[in-house]
Design a protein around this ligand. Structure first.
Ligand code: MN
Length: 319
């Protein structure tokens, strides 16, 4: 489990909710991720949209978990060149490395707890491929991609990137020092992650050791979801069981609680979750494949703009 894993967890700053009047959020719904084949043939687990409506997960659109999988040489696959418009893709690599290139000439390697935050805005073409070492030699690959919607006024903003290096992630712990809390974007109490978003969100990867409990202050006007990457435990004030590849949608309140089961099986030996939520956008959504807009006319316009090369060109390859 590389991600960002500090040797001395006890020395990290703590996050905890101390308000005695705080309302613990209960679970509204738990859904199982669906299995989906993407790109050149890699399998992802998709907690949403899947069985949920986009209203349930506002301001997010999609979450894909790639792996964790131990790939044989030659097995690692990626996506061909493809466009996006109208939202942001946030790729967080826990294990292994993913290389990306785009039509503006940008690109780089995302690895070991790093995040690439791509605001597609008005349009961009990009390609996402496992790095050459992983393709040649095989190895463990584990990452997630989150799609964050853009509000109508920002859908046609210029495309841009934020490269969040592993060292930029804000790492804190819980009251007992038996959980690693990595804040990728937004706030948990006074602690703030590096990702900048158009719509306010909080996005964190938490590793809970067996029996650990985290109590997180959560904005009452935010949606709240917990996705289990591996392991098992309980979530919410109602202590609902949550296991690998399950997503919990939480009800209103101002505290999110997660507890790891005392016994964990599986390779990781810990309970790893993503905790995410944000200010719902509450606007109409029209979507078609890689384009997410507000109206059908805007989708037709996006398809025309892509076909006419207005979202950029695939850069020439120089040998
Ligand atoms: Mn993409």
């Amino acid at each position: 489990m590389p991600a960002v894993t500090p040797a001395d967890v006890l020395s990290l700053p703590r996050v905890h909710d101390t308000n005695p009047l705080a309302a613990y959020r209960n679970t509204r719904r738990i859904v199982q991720a669906t299995r989906q084949v993407e790109g050149e043939g890699f399998v992802v687990r998709r907690p949403f949209p899947g069985r949920l409506s986009l209203r349930d997960v506002d301001p997010f659109l999609l979450l894909d978990q790639m792996g964790a999988v131990d790939l044989a040489p030659g097995e690692a696959k990626g996506t061909p060149w493809h466009p996006h418009r109208g939202f942001e893709t946030v790729t967080y690599m826990i294990d292994g490395a993913l290389e990306h290139k785009d039509s503006t000439g940008g690109g780089g390697l995302i690895t070991n707890g790093g995040t690439q935050w791509m605001t597609a805005g008005a349009g961009i073409l990009h390609i996402e491929q496992p790095d050459e070492q992983l393709v040649m030699k095989g190895g463990v690959m584990h990452g997630v991609q989150l799609w964050v919607n853009l509000p109508a006024h920002a859908k046609m903003t210029a495309a841009k990137y934020q490269d969040i290096e592993p060292g930029d992630v804000k790492v804190v712990t819980n009251l007992n020092g038996d959980a690693i809390i990595r804040i990728i974007a937004g706030n948990l109490g006074e602690h703030e992650g590096p990702g900048m978003t158009f719509t306010p969100i909080t996005y964190a990867h938490i590793t809970l050791m067996p029996g650990a409990r985290v109590v997180l202050p959560w904005r009452p006007d935010f949606s709240a979801m917990v996705y289990a990457l591996n392991g098992r435990g309980t979530v919410g004030g109602d202590n609902a069981p949550l296991a690998e590849a399950e997503l919990a949608i939480l009800d209103e309140g101002d505290v999110v609680t997660i507890t790891a089961a005392d016994k964990q099986d599986g390779r990781a030996g810990n309970f790893d979750v993503l905790v995410l939520g944000g200010l719902p956008i509450r606007e109409p959504i029209a979507h078609y494949g890689p384009f997410v807009m507000n109206t059908r006319e805007q989708i037709i316009e996006a398809m025309e703009d892509f076909q006419k090369g207005r979202m950029g060109q695939i850069p020439a390859v120089h040998f």
